[in-house]
Design a protein. Structure first.
Length: 264
């Protein structure tokens, strides 16, 4: 068994290879697809919290000579907290493009980082709550990460900055469009990182700003939101950017592939 780990913004990414069908190139491709390293950090000085732990493992439960095409292609099981997601590297015979898919045929893009402040402390979660400043209950549409003023904030995934400026009670705020209907926002910042402005392209793990206490707050923290097709969702329950889904004949061929009935 071969095991290695890299500390990244997503946390500890451990890949355990249990089949000779896999190569270092496949391992590297899997890492590069899902997560990027923290900007300016090495493995030795990366920081991760309990909510930032992403484990990828892939293994063959059959002798090498009886592996299915899917197993040889790189089957993986992603352990995300109490959730397990089966992932398959599959080349769509109709488009000729290879990608990573879950068992339902959803094409999986980058892992969407749930904590853009690795050194932060989780405070308020998603859902109704009593607002500490306004004094009444209302929906809390994101997750809060408390940290001292000036603590770095990193982009949750690749994307384009669609807003960077003051936004009422949100204080200094950045909004990023990640494509496929996914957007993230980062509020109450003290200042933005150099070069980050509306229209900027950012990459996962890139420094975009610093924790502050601008807007309606009682202390320094980041308010982090995730929206999918305009609907705000719990940031801690979104694992991947889904880039589409196989349909019709393509989905049927994929299911045959996963079941080992197709050698595509």
């Amino acid at each position: 068994m071969k095991t290695f780990s890299l500390v990244m913004l997503a946390g500890l990414v451990a890949l355990s290879a249990c089949t000779p069908a896999l190569s270092p190139q496949n391992e590297t491709a899997a890492i590069d697809h899902f997560v990027s390293p923290l900007e300016g950090k090495s493995e030795a000085d990366g920081a991760a919290g309990p909510d930032d732990r992403l484990r990828l493992s892939y293994a063959a439960d059959k002798p090498a000579q009886t592996l299915t095409a899917a197993s040889k292609a790189l089957d993986m099981v992603l352990q995300l907290g109490s959730n397990k997601i089966s992932v398959y590297r599959y080349r769509d015979p109709e488009s000729g493009k290879a990608g990573y898919f879950d068992g339902d045929g959803n094409r999986l893009g980058q892992y969407l980082l749930r904590n853009p402040v690795p050194d932060g402390r989780a405070t308020s979660g998603f859902g109704p709550r009593h607002h500490p400043v306004l004094g009444y209950s209302r929906m809390h549409s994101g997750a809060d990460w408390a940290a001292p003023v000036g603590t770095p904030i990193y982009a949750a995934a690749d994307g384009t900055v669609t807003f960077a400026g003051s936004h009422g009670g949100d204080g200094k705020r950045i909004e990023i469009d990640h494509g496929h209907g996914y957007e993230t926002s980062y509020s109450h910042q003290s200042k933005f990182a150099a070069g980050v402005a509306t229209g900027s392209h950012v990459e996962q793990g890139q420094l975009i700003g610093y924790v502050g206490k601008t807007g309606l707050v009682t202390g320094a923290h980041l308010h982090y939101e995730v929206s999918i097709n305009g609907r705000k969702v719990d940031p801690r329950k979104v694992h991947f950017i889904r880039e589409g889904r196989l349909e019709g004949t393509a989905l049927a061929k994929f299911r045959d592939y996963v079941d080992g009935d197709d050698d595509a």
